[in-house]
Design a protein around this ligand. Structure first.
Ligand code: SF4
Length: 476
């Protein structure tokens, strides 16, 4: 891979960058399983894995089922303190032999190469996604980005095999400038792809919040100078290490806003379960706050209050539904209510994907729909904004409804139907709003589970090769 030239900030960008300050962070990360297996973790963490769990993990070390060659183990002290009293959080963060028990599934979690014009960029909509970091403060066991985080080699469209690389500022800025010029010269649409101007960039990885303020600031000012109007930051740091949202970070953000007042931020946060942000009493119950709502973990609340106090930053939660973590409608109801109370929008819940190493985590599509529907019973309209999304190669798709009764007179609908709707089509969005209706299959975890029972397919979800049905959306 050729090294991109160094990006030269504009005068305005440099003036902003000159003000950025750093702080030191003490995440107290335990990296890898070894410290747990060799009993060298801090004394109070030694029982995090039971003797039986350790024995099972040691037995598969170095075999094809080796857990860490699938996805490195990593946990912060903050998350450990939450997880030690939470079974769902332990499922999220602790390595388990179940992860590699069944490795069937698609090898490329995103089929991303067909939407990746330059290294580290996925350009599918008017929104582009960039990889800017290859790790997070801790690692979710279900992560869909394990090929980036575990530094695996992936096969590219030209057949070569190489590790996935991160986006480089100068190369990305050149791409945005060129794309947007062609779009402007062509009346608002790209003549080949039909895409509009690139006006929004989602910074992802890995987690951008593991970067220094200086690196974040370089990205922000370069994107702003390239004409990007909305910057999204995909992060799970509010769950893994909320103290990262400190004074130096907010000073940098405020200086950025003073220099680029037209640019908006969307913090795409990632909470899977309310145990990640709510305090619990000695009996394990959430605690009523005397002023209403529930008592939050202090450092998380402090960060959310700071983010929410800036009207140029919105906060949106999106998270996959994962077996053993989020399949509890009561917990998901509490989460949606508390997030909305605290100015965090409930954006998407995602279905799992048919990816190698995810059999242990995937909920069937129809179970996921029932989970969301049950969790929203009793919520007010504004609390229940979240939709269930499953991302097709053609674009982001909503699982709109699952009927519980047979549909008389509809061939294939004898056991009820599932209705999908394209929320946004890739490129020019011509097919937004189109639907597909299929007969039910309670076992299906992906579109392929419905291929033999399509009733109506205006959206074309089942006419594309299943080989190419995959997704590029974010877990964080
Ligand atoms: S799911 Fe998101 S936060 Fe979790 S390890 Fe993967 S990229 Fe990091």
């Amino acid at each position: 891979m050729a090294k991109a030239e160094k990006y030269q900030p504009t005068e305005k960008g440099q003036a902003f960058l000159d003000k950025v300050k750093e702080a030191k962070y003490d995440r107290q990360i335990i990296n890898g399983l070894k410290k747990f297996l060799d009993d060298r973790a801090p004394a109070d963490m030694l029982n995090f894995y039971s003797p039986e769990e350790k024995a099972a993990l040691i037995a598969i070390k170095g075999t094809e089922q080796d857990i860490e060659s699938r996805m490195p183990v990593k946990i912060t002290r903050h998350y450990y303190d939450l997880a030690k009293n939470s079974a769902p959080l332990q499922t999220l963060i602790k390595a388990s032999p179940l992860e590699t028990f069944d490795m069937q599934g698609a090898p490329d979690p995103g089929n991303q190469m067909s939407y990746s014009p330059i290294e580290g960029l996925i350009h599918k909509y008017e929104l582009g996604l960039i990889y800017v970091a290859s790790t997070c403060s801790a690692h979710c066991r279900f992560c869909y980005r394990e090929e980036l985080i575990a530094k695996k080699e992936i096969t590219r469209e030209d057949g070569t095999t190489e590790r996935k690389g991160l986006a480089q500022i100068s190369e990305l800025v050149n791409y945005i400038n060129e794309h947007n010029k062609v779009v402007a010269d062509n009346g608002g649409r790209h003549p080949e792809t039909g895409r509009e101007k690139l006006r929004e960039i989602l910074m992802s990885g890995g987690d951008p919040m593991v970067l220094l303020n200086k690196n974040l600031a370089q990205w922000f000012s370069a994107l702003a100078d390239a004409g990007i109007e909305n910057i999204r930051v995909g992060t799970k740091e509010l769950a893994f290490y909320p103290d990262r949202f400190d004074e130096t970070f907010f000073n940098m953000m405020d200086d950025f806003h003073a220099a680029y007042p037209g640019v908006r931020f969307r913090m795409m946060v990632h909470f899977n379960h309310p145990d990640e942000f709510l305090q619990k009493d000695d009996q394990g119950n959430y605690i009523d706050h005397p002023d209403g709502g529930l008592v939050w973990v202090e450092s998380t609340q402090r960060a959310v209050v700071e983010l929410a106090s800036r009207n140029w930053i919105s906060i949106e939660n999106q998270a996959p539904f994962i077996k053993g973590i989020s399949n509890d409608p009561d917990a998901i109801r509490i989460m949606q209510r508390e997030l909305k109370r605290n100015r965090i929008e409930n954006h998407y819940f995602f279905c799992g994907r048919d990816i190698i190493g995810h059999k242990a985590f995937n909920l069937p599509i129809e179970d996921a729909w029932n989970l969301l529907n049950d969790s929203q019973k009793g919520l007010s309209g504004v609390e229940a904004h979240a939709r269930l999304s499953i991302t097709h190669y053609l674009g982001k798709t909503e699982v709109v409804a699952v009927t519980n009764e047979p549909m008389p007179g509809v061939p294939g609908g004898e056991n009820g139907v599932v209705i999908f709707k394209l929320l946004r089509g890739a490129a020019d969005a011509h097919n937004k709003g189109q639907v597909a209706i299929v007969g039910r299959n309670p076992e299906a975890v992906w579109f392929s589970g419905y291929e033999d029972r399509v009733i109506y397919d205006e959206a074309g979800l089942f006419t594309e090769s299943m080989q190419s049905t995959s997704s590029i959306e974010l877990a964080s």
